[in-house]
Design a protein around this ligand. Structure first.
Ligand code: CMC
Length: 380
């Protein structure tokens, strides 16, 4: 190339410093603000981890109660935002497209749109975190011709989401399945969607627009959609006895197993290790071990045949099963990912504004210059 090196996909390019999360891809370790996710998954709820990601420390009891109260106070969405979501739900618009529109609509109701201070943006981050599950549930209900279930302020973030989706208070195991999913997806350094958020905020646009950019980017199947694909694979396999031959055949044909491999992890994804155990517990509680057993059989083949290529199950290998057992339709798997990652996107956007510089890379032009202009009647 006449241009010098082009770093395709910006692989390994550093774009900012961060104290939010860190990944050791070689050893399969993920930290949020220095804490191992294994500890946070074991001892903390989504609300606590959201506090940690946004404010930089684990909350004491009062700080946690204050955050919960703030999240609850933002459960009163403007009616017009509901209308956007139900209109798009009835039209069967993809829920991720609807979410982009819903976030933009929420931005239109901001009390003080010209305040770009860190304090104002942190409040917006909490407001967005509170709003996304309400928007997703409203879209889901409207798309099925069901009445909206308004949020309850006394329920946890995870329980309130399932309550708004299905109209009844969820059991503890189901709530835990959502809560842990949210904890494990809350941040992951700078994947494509976080980078899109950063590019947007680097222009000093508003936080709502930057989050809409994150949602737009997460929508793509190479990023947010693999858990759905993995679950469809298990449905195709049908029963545990078929898993080995299916997997060996697929790999023999040079095809990709969904929920396997990762750009950064060259070891077992630590999130997958934690969520696998949750899926086992949820499967037992729901009295349906089929999908867990199928995935376990597929995993055996992956570990035998792909570990030498440093390919291991990632979080999506397991998480689709939990969503399926909870009765959540496929197209809502990625929106639930967004429900969690909105916290990480916001934290990264806010952090970037402290070390701000406009993103403006270059492209290497490879076409001609000074082409003679031909009037329209003389063109071939
Ligand atoms: N099954 C079988 N072989 C695979 C797989 C797979 N899932 N993934 C990678 N490989 C092989 C690939 O064929 C290649 O082999 P070879 O060197 O012999 O040609 C080698 O591994 C390297 O693959 P790559 O495409 O260069 O790796 P990448 O870092 O560009 O891709 C990935 C990462 C996640 C896109 C890829 O592993 C993949 O397509 N996985 C399946 C989809 C998936 O589960 N995605 C979820 C990622 S985690 C959630 C998120 O971050 O959003």
């Amino acid at each position: 190339s006449p241009c010098g090196p082009i770093i395709h996909g910006l692989e390994d390019v550093l774009v900012k410093t961060t104290t939010i999360s860190d990944i050791d891809g070689k050893n399969g370790i993920l930290w949020y603000r220095g804490y191992r996710i294994d500890d946070l998954a074991k001892y903390s709820t989504f609300e606590e981890v959201a506090y940690l990601i946004l404010y930089g420390k684990l909350p004491n009891r009062k700080e946690l109660e204050d955050l919960k109260a703030l999240l609850a106070s933002y459960r009163d969405l403007p009616n017009d935002v509901y209308t956007v979501m139900t209109t798009l739900g009835k039209a069967k618009a993809h829920p991720m497209l609807a979410l982009e529109a819903g976030v933009a609509a929420l931005g239109a109701f901001d009390e003080n749109p010209s305040d770009y201070s860190k304090e104002a943006n942190l409040k917006r981050a909490v407001k967005l975190t509170s709003a996304l599950p309400i928007m997703i549930a409203a879209h889901y209900r409207a798309s099925r011709g069901l009445d909206i279930v308004k949020p309850r302020k006394d329920l946890s973030h995870a329980a309130n989401f399932l309550y708004m989706m299905f109209g009844k208070e969820p059991d503890e195991t189901s709530t835990k399945a959502i809560d842990l999913y949210l904890v494990l997806h809350i941040d992951h350094e700078v994947p494509a969607s976080t980078f899109a958020t950063l590019v947007a905020i680097s222009t000093w646009t508003d936080l709502y627009s930057a989050i809409a950019a994150g949602i737009a980017t997460l929508k793509g199947p190479l990023h947010g959609g693999a858990n759905e694909a993995a679950m469809k694979q298990y449905l195709e396999i049908g029963k545990p006895e078929n898993a080995r031959s299916y997997t060996e055949k697929l790999l023999g044909e040079g095809k990709r197993l969904m929920g396997v491999g990762h750009r950064v992890y060259k070891a077992y994804d630590p999130r997958a290790r934690i969520y696998k155990e949750l899926v086992r517990q949820l499967s037992e509680a729901k009295g349906n071990m089929t999908w867990y057993r199928i995935a376990e059989e597929v995993e055996k083949v992956v570990l035998e045949k792909l570990a030498s290529k440093k390919l291991y199950p990632n979080i999506d290998f397991w998480s689709g099963i939990a969503m399926y057992l909870l009765g959540i339709p496929y197209e809502y798997y990625t929106p639930i990912f967004a429900m969690s990652r909105v916290v990480g996107w916001s934290a990264h956007a806010i952090e970037y504004l402290d070390q701000h510089r406009l993103f403006r890379p270059r492209a290497c032009y490879t076409g001609p210059h000074d082409v003679p202009y031909v009037p329209i009647d003389k063109r071939q």
